[in-house]
Design a protein around this ligand. Structure first.
Ligand SMILES: Nc1ncnc2c1ncn2[C@@H]1O[C@H](COP(=O)(O)OP(=O)(O)OP(=O)(O)O)[C@@H](O)[C@H]1O
Ligand SMILES: [Mg+2]
Length: 282
């Protein structure tokens, strides 16, 4: 059975191929306040294109995680628009979606949360398969009924990230780097158009850091727009096609990482600047 599934997995495309650089998202005048507190994001404007690998950088508390959560819809925006452009030319504003539309959006916009959000007592394979649930009927979701095709794809993804030997192991028994890879597999299982990753290499060793960054590069190379919160400017310069710098809730830099000057870094990090050449600073 496993052999047969693996064969199907090899026959399948691991990821969709969309080499064009179409605009997938336009963020316009986005603002966010938690409750009645002051805004933590203000006047955020940028477009996101297929295949970009965009780093979101800035000091702790700048608003990076909040931005990813608002884009994903796990947090409501306070003002502004997040326009999503479908392949059929239609656009929808993420901040105005109803519950059913939001479910579809979350399936198009995969998110890897900083604490992975795996189900600890379930095995790795089932955790990855859970990524399919947003596209499965409620009844099938309830009984966790997955097709052979779903299983083949999950196995293919796990194999791609060298996690196949752990497929039947409980998620709670994995190392941090292994959990991170399972979380990526689960997000990719959704076939997302956009992948958001909140500090995916925080607290990983150098080998796993590179492994995850290599994976994100491959994912973006396959036409998915990837936005990733990172604390290491060195990694941003090595891997990312674009950096968006956030300070006190506003964008203060948006360009190619090679254009980041010491002045930009000072604006973004102030005196913390000296820590930034350590790629594993979390
Ligand atoms: N649930 C919340 N309720 C109230 N304020 C919050 C909440 N979550 C975050 N904040 C505040 O919003 C601001 C931005 O937080 P956010 O987590 O987005 O920052 P960050 O850039 O991701 O920081 P870090 O690098 O430490 O993860 C901070 O001032 C934080 O205290
Ligand atoms: Mg954060």
């Amino acid at each position: 059975m496993a052999q047969a599934l693996l064969k199907i997995a090899h026959q399948q495309q691991a990821l969709p191929h969309e080499k064009h650089r179409a605009k997938v998202l336009a963020v316009q005048g986005l603002g966010k306040a938690y409750g009645t507190q002051a805004r933590v994001l203000q006047d955020i404007n940028f477009d996101l294109h297929a295949g970009e690998l965009v780093a979101v950088i800035g000091r702790s508390g700048a608003g990076k995680s909040t931005l990813l959560h608002v884009l994903n819809g796990t947090l409501p925006a306070s003002e502004g628009a997040v326009l999503h452009f479908n392949e059929d030319g239609k656009q929808q504003n993420i901040v105005e979606l109803n519950t059913r539309q939001m479910r579809q959006w979350r399936s198009d916009c995969g998110m890897i949360f900083q604490d992975f959000c795996l189900v600890p007592r379930l095995d790795v394979l089932t955790n990855v398969l859970l990524g399919r649930l947003s596209q499965t009927s409620t009844l099938k979701s309830f009984f966790k009924i997955f097709t052979d095709e779903d299983r083949a794809r999950a196995i293919g993804l796990l194999e791609w990230l060298n996690m196949l030997p752990q497929a039947l192991q409980r998620a709670e028994n994995l190392s941090g780097g292994q959990m991170q890879r399972v979380a990526i597999c689960r997000a990719l299982m959704q076939n997302p158009k956009i992948l958001l990753a909140d500090e995916p290499v925080a607290s990983l060793d150098p080998k796993n850091t590179r492994r995850i960054m290599d994976v994100l590069r491959q994912v973006s190379g396959n036409g998915i727009s990837v936005m990733v919160n990172l604390h290491s400017v060195e990694l941003v310069k090595e891997y990312c096609t674009r950096a968006i710098g956030v300070a006190k809730g506003r964008i203060v830099f948006d360009g190619h990482p090679s254009e980041l000057t010491d002045d930009h870094l000072h604006l973004l990090y102030g005196d913390e600047n000296s820590q930034l050449n350590d790629p594993h600073h979390a």
